[in-house]
Unconditional design. Sequence first.
Length: 328
Amino acid sequence: MLVRHGLLPIELGIPHRIFGRSWDASGTPLYEVVTCATAPGAVRTDADFTVTVEHGPEALEDADTVIVPASHELDECYTDGRLELPLAEALSHIRPGTRIASICTGAFVLAAAGLLDGRRATTHWASCERLRRLHPRIEVDPDVLYVADGNVLTSAGVASGLDLCLHMVREDFGADVANSVARRTVVPPHRDGGQAQFVERPVPQPGVHTTGAARAWALRHLDRPIGLRELADQEAMSVRTFTRRFRAEVGTSPQVWLTRQRLDRARHLLESSALSVEEVARDAGFGSASSLRLRFQAALGVSPSAYRRTFRAVRTESGGADVAEAAV
């Protein structure tokens, strides 16, 4: 992790918690987490205490992943697209091809360094318009919790750093490892929808129906076709009303949400069971292996069989997993 004055303490803790508690089946750590600054020493936070950082920017030279959390003091000051010299020099220590991620308005650092040009990215919803205005070459998406565009990742405000870090663990070592660390952290392994649901809006009136019961029902019946009418019936709503409220609460359409849940079910089965691809497709509600392959390739860029070979190998390792060094 690369931290700066004005650090938000929660954003320092999130990567240390998620990556630091990611273990293989034998309890061997899967990551080494290192915190560095542009110079060793005390780093101011936006609270009433400082943190002491022992490592300077040279720690970035060995990092496989670099995470830049937000700075309450600095992030939106990069109005001319240029970073202060110590920060620019620190970033120069990063090896080509290293995975780089930001939490919250840490995206302004990546933008000023030119790392987001031509890419899709996000930041805290309250700062998205400013990021778009200062850096018109970036495709800013204000409605998502995080964006992964190749080896450059950005996340929305503060707690979305949890979503981002769990996503990286899931991509590195599979859903079971990510789910396990999420359970220990007492957070959902995957939050539905995007940050649009957190934008200021009127508080719902008491007694207004939600769509939670329909979602719970759908998760119990993923192995069968599920229509909008059936989902709406679970809440005694019209299809039109249900669809509108579902999108307001979850941040996406029922159909997109269902596909995501089916993919999550399929990934879990591919990692943890000996079911054939055809059987996985039926259990996850895709109907056929060809349909599963099509959805899997579109969402993850690999076939179900290739995914299984990668992540079942990770699950069956007994202490032989490489430790990925992450500098935060």
